[in-house]
Design a protein around this ligand. Structure first.
Ligand code: 5AD
Ligand code: FES
Length: 373
């Protein structure tokens, strides 16, 4: 089967003029692999089609989530992550309540519409109570006008429910690798890093009614094209509302650093991420997909490239600058020195240059999720 035949099968009416978008046909594992391996003209056709499908379904709108990196205190030690608890090489911090609320107010002033609260993983009572409080406080800003996404790792179903009832309505929990064997090559094999527990968390989030997001890193050591194809099929099977994927970036203070010479080049990891985004846009045309900051770290144009490949969400960092250097999940993270208002101008200009525009003052919910519920 040629790439054109596969693309036509997925979406026969991708143009904005099409009246009723037809339901996308399902892609098989083999077809996804062929698309992942596309080069030259074929690769260009894939990216062109993904952009057409996105523009037809979601227009040229980009949604913003003001990112608040609440704390780098973490009880886990994933083998890839720079803020893992076993890395003593930087200071641990937790923002004060005033700092968090200040960030959220700034997001509101800047017209971002939503905030995303992210943190190292903790599940003690003090943490759970604090987050409940902060969610409620953020909800008070301008009568609940800010949407709230949480990205706070694995928690009990009860905790997830409490935070949902407090006002959070989106939750991001990347599966990181949907292949159990690969999962245990990038996580310690212990009770704290249990693959089935992680799956169960994603299922809880879905059943509680969160717009649930998941995702993987691309270009991990030991990861194959079969793994990547299965990751995409996993997102489809779970019918998630949001996906975040970014290139793996080796961090010198982590165990996976030792494999840095055995993974694809940064350029290849970036390109594979873009293909993953493009193919998923064809498979799940109306979900929200983030142009992850990791893309921009690997390539200064990375975020724009991700938007052109099919992503529609950007998470500008609102964390006070003095803390950002201590939230280096991976090295050389982009925008660590930018001020929030600089970010905004920079984003508007960069997006206009590629024919996109920020939709200000809107929650920017996943269209796929809204239609389903
Ligand atoms: N490279 C790229 N992404 C990483 N993450 C963690 N460590 C790295 C790394 N070294 C991603 C994980 C996690 C998210 C918060 O950051 O996918 O879910
Ligand atoms: Fe698990 Fe940071 S320690 S992602």
């Amino acid at each position: 089967m040629s790439i054109s035949e596969i693309l036509n099968k997925v979406d026969p009416s991708p143009l904005p003029q099409a009246q009723e978008p037809q339901e996308a046909a399902a892609l098989t594992h083999e077809e996804i692999k062929l698309l992942l391996a596309a080069e030259g003209e074929d690769k260009k056709k894939l990216f062109d089609r993904a952009l057409q499908v996105k523009l037809a379904r979601l227009d040229n709108h980009v949604h913003l989530r003001g990112l608040i990196e609440y704390s780098n205190i973490c009880t886990k030690y994933c083998l890839y992550c720079g803020v893992r608890s076993k890395n003593p090489n930087f200071e641990r911090y937790q923002l004060s309540d005033e700092e968090v609320i200040g960030c959220a107010k700034l997001a509101h002033q800047l017209g971002y519409g939503s905030v995303a609260l992210q943190s190292g993983e903790r599940s003690d009572k003090a943490f759970v109570d604090k987050i409940t409080y902060l969610v409620k406080e953020i909800k008070k800003i301008d009568n609940g006008s800010l949407g709230i996404t949480l990205s706070l790792g694995e928690q009990t179903e009860e905790t997830y429910r409490r935070w949902f009832e407090a006002g959070a309505h989106r939750y991001l929990l990347r599966i990181e690798a949907s292949n159990e064997d690969l999962y245990y090559k990038i996580h310690p094999r212990d009770a704290k890093h249990d693959f089935h527990q992680r799956l169960a968390c994603i299922d809880s989030l879905l059943s509680i009614g969160y717009q649930t997001g998941t995702g993987v890193m691309v270009g991990l050591p030991f990861q194959t094209l079969d793994d990547l194809a299965n990751d995409l099929l996993f997102f489809k099977k779970k019918d998630v509302a949001m996906v975040g994927m970014g290139p793996f970036i080796p961090h010198p203070d982590t165990p996976l650093w030792q494999y840095r010479d055995q993974i694809p080049t940064a350029e290849k990891r970036m390109e594979m991420t873009l293909k993953m985004i493009a193919i998923l846009r064809l498979m799940m045309p109306e979900i929200n997909m983030v142009a992850a900051t990791a893309n921009q770290t690997v390539d200064p144009q990375g975020r724009e490239k991700a938007i052109l490949a099919g992503a529609n969400v950007i998470m500008p960092n609102l964390t006070p600058n003095e803390f950002r250097e201590n939230y280096l999940i991976y090295p050389d993270k982009a925008c660590v020195k930018d001020q929030p208002d600089q970010c905004q101008t920079c984003l508007d200009v960069r997006l206009a240059a590629i024919g996109h525009k920020v939709l200000y003052n809107a929650w920017g919910d996943s269209v796929a999720f809204t239609k389903k519920h």
